[in-house]
Design a protein around this ligand. Sequence first.
Ligand SMILES: Cc1cc2nc3c(=O)[nH]c(=O)nc-3n(C[C@H](O)[C@H](O)[C@H](O)COP(=O)(O)OP(=O)(O)OC[C@H]3O[C@@H](n4cnc5c(N)ncnc54)[C@H](O)[C@@H]3O)c2cc1C
Length: 500
Amino acid sequence: MKASMDRRSFLKAAIASGAVIAASGTLAGCSPSGNAASGSSSNASGQVAGTAPVSFSEETDVLILGTGIAGMSAAMDPVEAGYRVMLVDKLERVGGESFIACGVMNVTGSKMQKDAGIEGDPEEKWKAYQPVLEEKGETDDMDYKHNVYVYQTEWADRVAADYGAVFQPITDYMDTGAPTSMLLPGNGIGDMQAVLTPLQKGLEEKGATYKLNLRATNFIVDGDGTPIGVRFNDEKNDKPVDIRAKKIVVATGGFSCNQEMVSAYLPSQARLGPLTVNSMGEGHQMCKALGGEYAHMDMEANRMSDLAQVTVWGYFSPQVQVTPQGRRFIKEDQSHDSPDAAVELGLGYWWTVFDDQTVNGSQKWNVEMNMKNNADRLVGPCDSLDELAAAMDIPASTLKETFASYDASVAAGEDAEFGKKLFLNSLSAPYYAMKHFPYRYKTHGGMKIATDSQLTDKDGAPIPNVYCCGSTVADSGSDLAPNAGSGLVTGKAVVAALKA
Ligand SMILES: Cc1cc2nc3c(=O)[nH]c(=O)nc-3n(C[C@H](O)[C@H](O)[C@H](O)COP(=O)(O)OP(=O)(O)OC[C@H]3O[C@@H](n4cnc5c(N)ncnc54)[C@H](O)[C@@H]3O)c2cc1C
């Protein structure tokens, strides 16, 4: 009772800020189809300027805000259970940042892995992982985290078997020394469409509908403050669209592109540019206006190169990464270490040097694409280190020293200086190099939720009808596979709630 009163008094303030809109028709007892359209309820004593009255034009069982990997994964169980599911995105295309991600998905024990002879049990792996999380102290709800973790495997198997998602055959890289805990999309790095387009189309075939160019701006609440729908701005026609829903899923991604939020919560990344313009934290702000709470907003996320896909080549072939002066500064087999170190060392930019082992390796498709699309960042082919150094505009003597020291580590079988484990192999001519700049690209902070992913208020009480998943949630992990797992957590919870 107290929580409900608190929410009502909170809503008065929220309505005034325009963040939550009361359905005046609902206050006056109108039907779900929203014939409050004219909007002026008899008991309304005023209206916030610039806020059109609520007028529901459509109704659905499950309304999903955001069509990234989390939103689409959250749709799977409700669609399969026969509920009406509508996925809405502010952009003209589906897929969010998930579509443009590099595509590295860490999963244990999927059918794809087992078929290639790689055994693994997600529950067993979780037992090893949980103490690590406990020690870090960044996880509020181990049960939620466990479910996200083990559902990653279920997700990979289901999208492949039931939706036709295409993963790169593990046999392409399993014997090269690359990690077999990683699943990649169809053509390898950079081909997330191979996974997400079949998922999108499969959901559509099973009955889901998509609406694009609609930006969610406000929750719509009834007279008790219960969320019953969402207001969108029709981005093409610049007019409000109100959609009524029994359950609302917020899957609007992170907030790394919102300069004000990054400056407030992650000041250490405020002076790095964002890689995209999509992750504006709009879902975060809507949920907060509804009485939701932020958690772990200051949790540091690793950085990325502006040539994101080039950064992850190091999992699949040998490279040497060097400073603008030509010195090695990092182990090359952990994609985020180089942008993180570049920022910490104040390098401004850095180079990835590679050779035909990368050009002709398991990620050939992506390497060729990046070399073509980023020709202005590429030097090579160079027939010698002297030629390469000249093309990179660094002293040849320094680059040769760097390679001599690296080759000594290769010969010793151990990288004593930086600890590189994967692909500790020498490079040979022809050499190539690509220049990178560090950017910010994801965030960990997000909404506090219950174990079933329902949004909670400051007292931890669930806010009715609203669920969050993906990078909108503090505990999701903010990577492709855990965000997919978190979508499944939400989809299952929504089905259970609709059935209840
Ligand atoms: C360049 C790059 C490379 C990456 N590489 C990897 C990788 O290899 N492996 C990995 O695990 N992770 C990677 N990541 C991180 C990964 O992409 C994210 O963790 C994941 O995509 C987030 O999924 P999501 O569904 O939560 O959000 P998103 O995929 O961003 O989807 C959110 C959707 O919500 C929509 N939206 C936002 N606000 C509104 C609104 N107000 N109304 C309606 N719609 C809205 C957006 O348009 C978007 O479509 C990468 C990220 C980037 C940027």
